[in-house]
Design a protein around this ligand. Structure first.
Ligand code: IMP
Length: 451
């Protein structure tokens, strides 16, 4: 690919991160922005993510392959920080090919990414239900146990699939160990190493054309001034370090993770875009200070279709939590915020927003460090007027009802960060680009790819 001399935004390297607990609508945002970029890379997580994209009325849920693959001309990368389940990956590749999305020469998988094996799922399912264990409410995809093996320096990387002796020995040893753990601690049927080896050899051949030195590819692209979008999965509050531990996922979901998970240096990043819903949701267990359990919760859940895209579980819902959002803005260095699902708040008389907490009856000026503290805090709300007219599908900021603009201004003012884009429905065109926001200056112009 040659450098486009007319592109005044050469070298943009932009991370798109979830600013809450995942499910913020990053799929739509990345899909929408993808046409501006030449490369789209996933940097962490695995098929626990579910990025829903609605394009020309067709709904696609991508779990592992960056949703930027749908942008003609863009190249998609699965970075070293991702954990890859070859079964899920090959299924998704077939789905895309059947939908007419070409993958040859466009999908690149890091040879350093770690591989999820069946025993990761077996151990996770058993451990989640074991007596005395904190139940995280994971997606049961084997994500945590795979990252455990990575950090324990006993993982299997994509490149290792092609050294058949190593692969056989790895699977035999790991299966022996994991079967023994499962039998001793949890009970359950043992896995068969021989069959697993054969299956993974087959998978390795299916993905072989896509294996690449993804780190080198991305750095060469950046050197050539090509634009890169780094697609985060899950959200800041599920980050292994910065989230509501232990109710988190096992990877670095924040903008810093984008560098670790691709091999692009921090100095390459030109912006971080934080995506938040206009309210809040969470799937699985763990702290959620502004959670609702009343009729308003059911209203938002039904209206917002808040059911997990991967597991179908009903999502917990609540009001927007500004202290947590400010924390996310800080951790990620958010340059511009993108607010999704504004239309779901239509028709409410009033919209409460959490602006602080009280701990044991006293004002609390920090984000709690422990789950016990989280359980004792009470949110402090400011209540803003709602709006009765529909915002669904609006595309111009000026057309928003004044109470909706007031709500957005309040959020942006409280956080001290601009809102650059607002989503008013699931379709690509149901989007408002906020006039005079910095966001457009952070994006490259739609990519002019010359091959
Ligand atoms: P895991 O990532 O499957 O280990 O699950 C850990 C926690 O992260 C659980 O609470 C999951 O519900 C949550 N989680 C993982 N992926 C997503 C996601 O894509 N959206 C929302 N929550 C997620």
């Amino acid at each position: 690919m040659k450098k486009d001399p007319t592109n005044s935004h050469d070298g943009a390297c932009v991370a798109v991160v979830g600013a809450q607990w995942g499910d913020e609508g990053k799929g739509k945002v990345v899909d929408l922005l993808a046409s501006h970029f030449q490369w789209i890379a996933r940097y962490q997580g695995g098929h626990n993510a579910g990025h829903t994209v609605i394009a020309e009325g067709r709904k696609l849920i991508l779990q592992l392959i960056p949703c930027g693959i749908l942008a003609p001309g863009a190249r998609a990368v699965i970075g070293n920080g991702v954990v890859v389940d070859p079964e899920a990956l090959t299924r998704e590749m077939s789905l895309l090919e059947a939908a007419g999305v070409p993958l040859a020469g466009r999908l690149f998988i890091s040879q350093r990414a770690h591989v999820i094996l069946p025993y990761h799922r077996m151990i996770e399912l058993a451990a989640e239900n074991a007596p005395g264990r904190v139940k995280i409410g994971t997606t049961s995809r084997g994500i945590g146990p795979c990252y455990e093996d990575k950090m324990g320096r006993r993982g299997l990387r994509i490149v290792d699939l092609y050294d058949r002796d190593l692969l056989r020995a790895h699977i035999e040893n790991a299966v022996r160990e994991k079967n023994a753990i499962a039998a001793a601690l949890y009970g359950g049927a043992p896995l068969d190493a021989g069959r697993m080896f054969e299956t993974y050899v087959e998978y390795s051949e299916l993905i072989r054309p896509h294996i690449a030195d993804a780190c080198a590819l991305l750095n060469q692209a950046a050197d050539a001034g090509e634009s890169i979008l780094l697609e985060g999965a899950q959200g800041t509050l599920l980050d292994i370090d910065h989230g509501t531990y232990p109710f988190v996922t096992s990877s670095s979901t924040t903008a810093g993770g984008a560098c670790i998970g691709t091999g692009l240096a921090p100095t390459r990043l030109t912006a971080a875009l934080g995506v938040t819903k206009a309210y809040a949701t969470r799937v699985g267990g763990g702290p959620f200070p502004s959670e609702l359990n009343d009729a308003a919760a059911e209203h938002l859940r039904q209206r917002g279709r808040e059911f997990g895209s991967v597991t179908g579980r009903p999502r917990r819902v609540g009001w927007l939590d500004l202290p947590l959002l400010r924390y996310a803005v800080e951790i990620n260095g958010v340059s511009s915020l993108i607010v999704t699902k504004l239309d779901i708040l239509d028709g409410l008389d009033r919209v409460p927003v959490c602006v602080g907490y009280r701990l044991d009856g006293k004002p609390c000026d920090h984000i709690p460090y422990t789950v016990a503290e989280f359980e004792r805090i009470e949110p402090v709300y400011e209540t803003l007027p709602g709006w009765q007219t529909s915002t669904e599908g609006l595309t111009r900021y000026a057309d928003l009802p004044s109470a909706a603009r007031n709500y957005l201004d309040f959020v942006a003012g409280w956080l001290g960060v601009e809102i650059g884009m607002i989503s008013t429905g699931p379709e690509r065109n149901q989007t408002i680009m906020v006039p005079e926001s910095r966001l457009s200056s952070l994006l490259p112009r739609p990519a002019a790819v010359t091959v």
